[in-house]
Ligand binder design. Structure first.
Ligand SMILES: Nc1ncnc2c1ncn2[C@@H]1O[C@H](COP(=O)(O)OP(=O)(O)OP(=O)(O)O)[C@@H](O)[C@H]1O
Ligand SMILES: [Mg+2]
Length: 542
C-alpha cells in the first residue's frame, strides 16, 4: 500500500467497520480511487463506486492505463418521484448478495449540521436511518460502505456512528518519494529543494504544477522550484483565501521593545533553545489604533525571523457561513504541515464584531488548535479593539504576549520619516540626513498625533509635489536622474492638507489607546531621542 490514507481505511475495514467516512480533496480523487481499487484487487475484494450524479453502480479495477469501470446491472436506478429515490443505493447495499467495498460519493451534504428546511430535514433523516440500517444488516457480511467527499463534516447525531478518516497533506517523505518518481533525473538535493517548495500542496497539485512548469520547454531545477513556489502562492490564495509571502527585509521605525521580542523568538527557534525545552509563545497580540504599524511589523518580523508569512483576514472568515469551520480546519492543517511559518491574523477583532455563535465556534477551534498544536508556528494577531475579543482569548496563557502599539513618539516619528523619505530622497539613505535639528523639531511638532501610515502619506504627497516642482509638464527622458529633494516646506504643506485620525476622531482613538494600555505591554521604550525635549506632556501626548 503506497498511501497513508488507504492504509488507514483498510485498517478500519479490518476492524469490522461497516460504514466509514473519508474526507479527501477533489483533486486527489482519481489517485485515491486507484489506490483503493488496487488494494482491493490485491486482497481479492470487490470494489464498487456509486455517485449521486449518475446513480449507477460501477465495479472498479485497475490496469496499466489507470482505472477501469464496469457497470453492475444488478443495481437499477429507480424512477425519481421522491427525494429519497436518489439514495435507493443504500437500500440496495443493505440487502444485496454483492460483497466488498462500496464507495458512495455525494452523500455528505445531507449529513452535515441541521437546517430548518423541513424537506431537507426529512431526507437527511431518511439517509441517516438508511446508513444505520446498513450497519445493522451487514454486521456479519463482508461489506463496507465508504462515504467519500471533500468535506466530511458530520452532524453530532450521526458522527459517533461513523469513523472518519481525513486525507492529510502529504508529509515531506511522501512528497520526496513522489518527486523521485516524476523527476527521475533530479539529484537528491534538487528533489529536496523541490519538495520544500511543494510542502502544503496535495500530490495531485504538485504534479499539476510540475507539468505546467515543464509543459513547453526544459527548465533547470532552480527554475522549477521558483515556478512551483509561485504556483503554490496562487493556489493558497484560491483555496484558503490567504496571502502566502516571504516579504523582503523592511526597516521599522521605533517599536524597539516589540522588535527585541522578535529577536528573542528567533533565538527560541534554534535547536539549542529546543534542547532546553524552550518554546515559542502560543500567540502574540498587537493592539492599538489604525495605522500604527501592526500589520507592517508582522510583515517585517517575517524577514527578521526568516520564516514565511501567512496573512489571514480573520474578519472575512464568517462570510463563508456554513463552510467557515471546514475552511478554518483545513487552513490550520495547512499551517501545521508547513510548520515553521508565521500565521498573521489580520483585523482579528473584526471577526467578533457580530458576537454570534459562528464567531464563537471559530474562536474555540482556533484556541483548541493553539493549545494542542506541536508545530512551530508563530501566531500574531492584530486588533484595534481588544474589548471585542471574547475574554477567553485574551485571558493569560492564550495570547501570552500582548503589545500595545501606540501613536509614535517624537523619536519614532523621526525614524519613520527617515525610512519613508529614503525611498525618494537619497540624502536620507545610508543613515544620512537632509534636515537640521531645528527643521526636524518643527516637522515633528507639526506631526504630533500622526501615525506611521499618515507619515507615509505625508512623505508620498510631498514627494509628488517636489517632483512636480522639479520638472515641468513635458519632461523628456533624462540620461541621468537628478536626485529628488523633498523640502521641509513640502512636508509641512502635506501635513496641513490632512487631518490625522487621532485628531479627527480623538475620543475613539483615545479610548483604543487606554484600553490597549490596560491589557498590553508597551512596544516602545520611553523616548530618549534628542527630539523628545519637545515632547512635553501638556496635551496628554506620550
Ligand atoms: N513603525 C513604522 N515604521 C515604518 N513605517 C510604518 C510604521 N508604522 C506604520 N508605517 C507605515 O504605515 C503603513 C500602514 O501601517 P499598518 O498597515 O501596519 O497599520 P496597522 O496598525 O496595521 O493599521 P490597521 O489597524 O488599520 O490595520 C505601513 O505600510 C507603513 O508603510
Ligand atoms: Mg493592519
Amino acid at each position: 500500500m503506497n498511501n497513508e490514507l488507504t492504509k488507514q481505511i483498510f485498517g478500519l475495514i479490518k476492524l469490522n467497520n461497516k460504514l466509514i467516512a473519508v474526507e479527501s480533496p477533489l483533486q486527489e480523487r482519481v489517485r485515491l480511487l486507484i489506490n483503493l481499487a488496487s488494494e482491493c484487487q490485491r486482497l481479492d475484494i470487490n470494489c464498487y463506486l456509486w455517485t449521486l450524479e449518475d446513480d449507477a453502480l460501477q465495479q472498479l479495477s485497475t490496469n496499466e492505463e489507470g482505472l477501469s469501470l464496469k457497470t453492475v446491472n444488478q443495481y437499477q436506478a429507480s424512477a425519481k418521484s421522491r427525494r429519497e429515490h436518489y439514495f435507493e443505493i443504500l437500500r440496495f447495499w443493505k440487502t444485496t448478495d454483492l460483497e466488498g467495498i462500496l464507495i458512495l460519493e455525494g452523500i455528505f451534504p445531507w449529513l452535515g449540521s441541521a437546517t430548518t428546511d423541513p424537506d431537507f430535514f426529512l431526507t437527511a433523516e431518511w439517509i441517516k436511518s438508511a446508513l444505520i440500517n446498513l450497519k445493522l444488516y451487514n454486521c456479519n457480511a463482508n461489506k463496507t460502505a465508504i462515504l467519500l467527499g471533500s468535506n466530511a463534516s458530520l452532524s453530532s447525531d450521526i458522527a459517533p456512528e461513523v469513523p472518519t478518516v481525513i486525507q492529510q497533506l502529504p508529509a515531506t517523505l511522501e512528497i520526496n518519494s513522489y518527486l523521485s518518481q516524476v523527476l527521475p533525473d533530479y539529484s537528491h538535493s534538487d528533489i529536496h529543494a523541490t519538495a520544500n517548495a511543494s510542502i502544503g500542496m496535495y500530490l495531485a497539485d504538485i504534479g499539476y504544477g510540475i507539468r505546467q512548469a515543464i509543459a513547453n520547454h526544459e527548465i533547470t531545477p532552480d527554475e522549477l522550484v521558483s515556478q512551483l513556489s509561485a504556483y503554490k502562492i496562487e493556489l493558497f490564495k484560491r483555496i484558503y483565501s490567504i496571502q502566502f509571502l516571504q516579504p523582503p527585509a523592511t526597516p521599522i521605525g521605533g517599536l524597539e521593545l516589540m522588535q527585541s521580542a522578535f529577536k528573542t523568538y528567533k533565538r527560541l527557534l534554534t535547536t539549542l533553545a529546543k534542547a532546553y525545552n524552550l518554546r515559542l509563545p502560543k500567540g502574540i497580540l498587537l493592539i492599538g489604533p489604525p495605522g500604527t504599524g501592526k500589520s507592517y511589523s508582522a510583515k517585517a518580523s517575517s524577514a527578521q525571523l526568516g520564516l514565511p508569512l501567512i496573512i489571514l483576514e480573520w474578519g472575512s472568515f464568517r462570510s463563508y457561513g456554513n463552510l467557515a469551520e471546514y475552511k478554518l480546519k483545513s487552513l490550520l492543517a495547512l499551517v501545521d504541515r508547513i510548520n515553521r511559518v508565521i500565521l498573521y491574523l489580520d483585523d482579528f477583532d473584526k471577526g467578533f464584531a457580530g458576537d454570534d455563535d459562528l464567531s464563537k465556534r471559530l474562536a474555540g477551534m482556533l484556541l483548541t488548535w493553539m493549545q494542542e498544536r506541536t508545530s512551530e508556528v508563530l501566531i500574531i494577531a492584530s486588533a484595534n479593539n481588544i474589548q471585542w475579543l471574547p475574554p477567553e482569548l485574551t485571558r493569560s496563557g492564550r495570547f501570552d504576549e500582548i503589545f500595545k502599539v501606540d501613536l509614535p513618539n517624537y523619536g519614532e516619528r523621526h525614524e519613520i520619516f527617515k525610512i519613508h523619505l529614503a525611498r525618494f530622497d537619497p540624502r536620507f539613505r545610508d543613515r544620512g540626513d537632509g534636515y537640521s535639528e531645528e527643521e526636524w523639531k518643527r516637522l515633528l511638532k507639526a506631526t504630533q498625533r500622526c501615525v506611521g501610515a499618515e507619515i507615509q502619506a505625508i512623505v508620498e504627497r510631498a514627494a509628488v509635489s517636489s517632483f512636480c516642482q522639479m520638472f515641468g509638464d513635458d519632461v523628456s527622458p533624462l540620461q541621468e536622474l537628478p536626485p529628488l529633494g523633498i523640502t521641509l516646506s513640502a512636508l509641512l504643506a502635506a501635513r496641513q492638507s490632512m487631518n490625522p485620525l487621532a485628531i479627527r476622531e480623538a475620543d475613539r482613538v483615545e479610548s483604543m489607546r487606554n484600553i490597549a494600555a490596560l491589557h498590553g505591554l508597551p512596544s516602545s521604550p520611553i523616548d530618549s531621542s534628542i527630539y523628545s525635549l519637545g515632547n512635553v506632556d501638556i496635551f496628554g501626548e506620550t
